[in-house]
Design a protein around this ligand. Structure first.
Ligand code: NAP
Length: 292
């Protein structure tokens, strides 16, 4: 079997076109969606992520404000900035790029963001909403994975999904989203015994670990769907995922590439959440009830 590729770039472009129309409707009413991005320090990877997010905002017409601050910024100063953005009517979404320097408590900072502007979906009230099935922001990376499954018309009902990785930003919310769509979910982590025995039973595998080749061909049931969230570097310094792409693509029915898979979808869902936030706060145009 040779896998079909789920192309995150193409799907992103389609979704961004639809978002652009929603942005235009909001702009016509005088409510251009606004995203504020705060970057603390000079982390090179964070600088690239932030640049890509701002560029994507421009592409669909979202107004973005990037605030770069030195890593000497105190937690109190950062909290004050967030407080000001919470009150700013032109800002519908607030994103604080992680990781933060060690002297700043990231969780305290996330909790300071207004739940109505929590476009990353990391606030405890967003996590609670996802857990209980209530309306709220879904974290962008697992949300992007769900959109990829939707794009191949994958019916999750009764399927066995194995998620590898249990972080608050990817693995756990991914498991909750899959559960909400009636999959039977196994959530694996570094203490999981016999990972391969579990993945071999899976109809769907989501790899979100941060270790290259953590999922190999022998661990995948023929015909399974494989989503690769990982972002690693190979020995030549090239971007790669958690999945041994060459091997696994011989057995999986569908697979996401790295680069060009989940990565662009993450940014697209950030745009989606920002537009949705603006619609919730301002618009009189018809709008979806859920962020998802
Ligand atoms: P993280 O917070 O480091 O979590 C990694 C998870 O993997 C942990 O739950 C850990 O288990 C588990 N793990 C570690 N070794 C394992 C093993 N040998 N077998 C099974 N599970 C193992 O990472 P993250 O933030 O979730 O990110 C995961 C990967 O996705 C990274 O490569 C990151 O760069 C990438 N990522 C990509 C995007 C995107 O847009 N494409 C977005 C976010 C993250 P414990 O909990 O037991 O430690």
């Amino acid at each position: 079997m040779t896998s079909q590729l789920i192309n995150g770039v193409e799907l992103s472009n389609q979704l961004r076109q639809a978002l652009q129309t929603r942005v235009q409707a909001l702009t016509k009413e005088g409510h251009t969606p606004g995203l504020a991005v705060i970057l603390v320090g000079e982390n090179p990877a964070s600088q690239v992520y932030v640049r890509n997010k701002v560029k994507a905002c421009d592409q669909v017409g979202i107004h973005s404000v990037l605030e770069k601050t030195p890593d000497t910024l105190t937690e109190k100063e950062l909290l004050a900035k967030i407080e000001a953005l919470n009150k700013d009517p032109l800002v519908h979404g607030i994103l604080v790029q992680l990781p933060l320097p060690p002297h700043i408590d990231a969780q305290r900072v996330i909790e300071a963001i207004s739940p109505q502007k929590d476009v990353d979906g990391f606030h405890i009230s967003s996590a609670g909403a996802l857990m209980t099935g209530a309306q709220g922001f879904w974290p962008c990376t697992p949300f992007g994975c769900m959109k990829m499954l939707e794009s191949i018309h994958y019916d999750l009902k009764g399927k066995h999904a194995v998620v590898i990785g249990r972080s608050n930003i990817v693995g756990k919310p991914m498991a909750m989203m899959l559960l909400q769509k009636n999959a039977t979910v196994t959530l694996c982590h570094s203490h999981t015994k016999n990972l391969a025995d579990l993945t071999r039973q899976a109809d769907l595998i989501v790899a979100a670990v941060g270790i290259r080749n953590v999922l190999t061909k022998d661990m995948v049931k023929p015909g399974a769907v494989v989503l690769d969230v990982g972002m690693n570097r190979d020995e030549e310094g090239k971007l790669c995922g958690d999945v041994d792409f060459n091997g696994v693509s011989q057995v999986a029915a569908f697979i996401t590439p790295v680069p060009g898979g989940v990565g662009p979808m993450t940014i697209t869902m950030l745009l989606h959440n920002t537009v949705w936030a603006a619609e919730q706060l301002n618009s009189t145009v018809e709008r979806p009830l859920q962020s998802n």
